[in-house]
Write a protein of this length. Structure first.
Length: 457
């Protein structure tokens, strides 16, 4: 193999994976003397200057993120023959490769990995960065035991090409991970990434995607029908999956931080946050009530706070909340029944007789004065005054759909970052007009499945 040098600095050593949109190489950074991953995107997917500028802008946005679960972006080559991202090299494999080899993960391991990714996405969303392609192939399981998320912005960089191919029945990347609004060409928001988290959790728990279909039309029909029953799965986890896969974005959890709290609370034996996500009026509701009673005894210690998530943050519209008073009442009745059985078995004078100890039963109950923790959604922040002007600026040159997408991203950034982003979107739209093309709304699925060995590129 002929060695190649990227940006006069990164020497390609070994090809690790090849996929529909990219190939991943192990490379050596000759300036800093370290191993890196180089993801080389197939040139035909970024055929013009506008698409390459998008790649550079998304690489800058991804490089601005600093979170232990997010794979670092070091550099970008947007001008070479094959555009490339230079990233941190993760020694491990993708979640999809692990599932293909070993099948579903244990419930607790699946919940922990999804919670880690939710933390990373919450960090990114607070800074105005949306991943757009959350799927098992972009979740890396390191040999050090850490879960990592890779490929921020790849789907957006390939948006125009992906949109064109999707409309003709060809899809770049993983079709089953595309949210309904992506298929419909609607605005992309942080809750689009929550749909991807639902796909990740579903596949980790079951070993299969929620909708194993082969075309965009079939996926749309399957999404409208709702996810198939998850028989044999903990109803609380099944409820969280169903909430994330809701067709309407507003029916998904409030934000990724709330999802991380719910999953970690479930792991700690506290069902309250998970119950808040179970959609009411579904077959999961009654089963989740029963599961919550079983899991909620004895009462566990408070769940440690998730970094970056407001204390008490929950998710989902208030209409989906389960009545906590009902849960408490049912728990009290169950405890009374246990106490009655114990009292009937132990007659007067029963206990340690003749040196023999009778069996004893203990029930751990929280003090009556201890209130049930209240989980309330974080209020939706009021849009800053400067946002409307920037949205109007984007709408003038790019249209209402692109402006709606831009608004969702700029709302979580600083004013200076939002101005730069608006200028980039307007510049890209003007370039596309000159080229005779349209700047799509960023609804592609992308690919670029990470840099761990065993991934499909």
């Amino acid at each position: 193999m002929d060695e190649q040098l990227i940006l006069d600095r990164y020497r390609l050593i070994e090809r690790l994976a090849v996929g529909g949109s990219a190939e991943v190489w192990r490379a050596h950074d000759e300036q800093l003397d370290r191993q890196v991953a180089v993801k080389r995107l197939h040139p035909h997917l970024l055929p013009d200057q506008a698409s390459r500028r998008r790649l550079a802008a998304e690489a800058r946005a991804a490089a601005s993120l600093s979170h232990p679960v997010i794979v670092d972006v070091y550099d970008v080559d947007a001008t070479g023959e094959a555009p490339a991202l230079i990233m941190e090299l993760v020694d491990g494999e993708s979640l999809s490769a692990r599932i293909d080899r070993d099948g579903p993960l244990p419930d607790s391991e699946a919940a922990a990995a999804t919670a880690d990714i939710a933390d990373a996405l919450y960090h990114a969303h607070q800074r105005g960065v949306i991943h757009r392609d959350v799927k098992p192939g972009n979740v890396l399981l390191g040999k050090d035991g850490r879960t990592r998320l890779v490929d921020f912005g790849i789907a957006h960089s390939l948006a125009e090409t992906t949109e064109r191919l999707t409309l003709t029945g060809t899809v770049i990347g993983t079709l089953s991970a595309m949210a309904p609004e992506q298929l419909a060409g609607g605005p992309i928001t942080p809750r689009t990434d929550l749909y991807g988290l639902g796909v990740v959790l579903h596949e980790a728990l079951t070993g299969r995607p929620p909708y194993p279909v082969g075309s965009p039309g079939a996926l749309i029909d399957a999404q409208r029908a709702g996810p198939p029953p998850l028989d044999g799965l903990d109803p609380l986890l099944a409820g969280i999956v169903a909430a994330c896969l809701a067709v309407e974005p507003e029916n998904r959890p409030l934000h990724a931080g709330a999802l991380a709290v719910a999953l970690r609370s479930w792991m700690a034996g506290d069902p309250v946050a998970a119950m808040a996500m179970v959609p009411t009026g579904t077959h999961l509701a009654a089963a989740a009530d029963t599961a919550a009673l079983t899991q909620g005894m004895p009462v566990s210690a408070p769940t440690p706070p998730v970094p970056g998530v407001p204390a008490g943050a929950a998710s989902g519209p208030p209409a989906r909340r389960r009545p906590l008073a009902l849960i408490a009442a049912l728990a009290a009745l169950l405890l009374l029944a246990v106490a009655a059985v114990v009292a009937s078995d132990l007659g007067p004078g029963d206990g340690a007789i003749g040196g023999e100890s009778s069996p004893t039963v203990s029930v751990s109950v929280a003090p009556a004065s201890t209130p049930t923790p209240a989980f309330t959604p974080t209020p939706t922040p009021t849009p800053p005054d400067w946002l409307a002007g920037l949205v109007e600026k984007v709408a003038k040159d790019c249209g209402d759909e692109v402006a709606a997408e831009a608004e969702a991203e700029m709302a979580l950034t600083t004013e200076d970052q939002a101005k730069d982003y608006a200028d980039e979107r307007v510049g890209a739209c003007k370039d596309d007009d000159e080229d005779g093309g349209d700047d799509g709304p960023g609804n592609g699925s992308g690919n670029g499945n990470g840099n761990g060995r065993g991934d499909d590129g």
